[in-house]
Design a binder for this molecule. Structure first.
Ligand code: 5GP
Ligand code: MN
Length: 341
């Protein structure tokens, strides 16, 4: 079986950087998702097996549905231990930056990141900014975890991938590819998943841990959201969900509870664009999902101070929830009309 390989130049630079035992820190983006956590922890296990010391540092605590990932409990989250997180970055020889490509995506850890002398980027988002000594960026890759599997093979490190590493990497691929159904899923994605399965992933356990671990209150919030807080605009092929702080409080909201809600909008027949507006204490978080050539990353960059991928992007605004939704609605006709199906 052959695989497209990771590019040889950064692989050789990485091989040289890891030529002796190193102190490695791995950081990922604010509000870490499955791919962020899977890639950080997967790489942590692999680097440890290769004889390096490794700490995973997170800008904030991940949602509960990712706490089962092997090694998640040892990660240092800056919202609980900012001094420890900064010290771990400062005391490392190499700083791996995974699943993000702009320094501000690590929020309160940005200064520590910028002060680090040797940064390595592995990421699949659009428009990487140039802030690392070694850079792997591939906007075609369905997940950062898939890139890590490629890099590990290119290094000849297959023997360092045990069941724990494989499980983390597989979990990131599953979450970022929407369980192997988004357009970013390729034959190579499937081969990578098979390769990870051969290394000990128990796929039923992974899928159950991610998908079948709901609190009843989360499902009730979903029911309420779809029934009372979703606006379907058939003429604009768009579905808009908006949730206020009061809505979230009513259903005992925990971080991560609205993960995936925006995809329900996109699952409606004829809908090409789905939006989720969520009120937070200090801002409104915006999530957009789209189908086909309707690119939401630029739209979010231009209007909601964010970014992401062509069909999945997020941002935020300081407006009120109602103002944010109203502005979005006013932008919609031109956006949809300039991107016909
Ligand atoms: P989500 O809508 O699930 O928060 O994020 C969807 C995609 O957009 C993810 O790939 C995520 O990394 C990216 N994204 C989410 N929020 C932001 C943001 O505030 N800024 C940027 N640059 N990307 C974001
Ligand atoms: Mn990702």
């Amino acid at each position: 079986m052959s695989y497209p390989s990771a590019p040889s130049e950064p692989v050789e630079s990485l091989r040289a950087a890891l030529s002796g035992p190193r102190r490695c820190a791995i950081v990922t983006h604010y509000n870490p998702d499955g791919d962020a956590m899977g890639s950080a922890l997967g790489l942590m296990h692999v680097l440890r097996a290769a004889g390096h010391s490794v700490v995973v540092v997170l800008p904030n605590t991940p949602p509960g549905f990712l706490h089962w990932l092997p090694g998640a409990k040892e990660a240092i989250a800056a919202d609980r231990d900012k001094a420890g997180a900064i010290a771990a970055i400062r005391e490392s020889d190499l700083l791996f930056c995974l699943d993000f490509n702009r320094p501000d995506r690590v929020a309160g850890l940005e200064d520590a990141l910028r002060a680090h002398p040797f940064r390595i980027l592995i990421d699949h988002h659009q428009d990487a900014s140039d802030f690392t000594s070694i850079t792997f960026t591939d906007t075609e890759a369905c997940a950062t975890c898939q890139m890590i599997a490629d890099i590990v093979r290119a290094l000849g490190w297959e023997g360092h991938v045990g069941a724990e590493a494989a499980t983390c990497l597989y979990a990131g691929i599953v979450t970022d590819s929407g369980s192997f159904r988004f357009g970013s899923t390729t034959a190579h994605t499937m081969r990578t998943a098979a390769w990870l399965m051969e290394r000990g992933v128990r796929i039923t356990q992974v899928h159950e841990s991610i998908l079948d671990d709901n609190r009843a209150s989360r499902l009730k919030l979903l029911g309420f959201t779809l029934n009372d807080r979703m606006d379907v605009l058939p003429d604009l092929a768009t579905a808009i969900i908006s949730l206020s702080l009061a809505d979230l409080r009513r259903f005992d909201y925990q971080p991560g509870d609205t993960e995936g809600f925006v995809n329900y909008g996109l699952s409606i027949r004829g809908i090409r664009l789905a939006a989720l507006f969520m009120e937070r204490p200090d801002m409104v978080k915006v999530s957009l999902r789209s189908k086909g050539g309707l690119g939401v990353d630029r739209f979010v960059q231009e209007h909601f101070n964010g970014g992401g991928h062509r069909n999945a992007a997020g941002g935020q605004t300081k407006e009120s929830l109602a103002d944010a939704v109203a502005r979005f609605r006013s932008l919609l006709p031109a956006f949809i009309e300039s991107n016909p199906a």
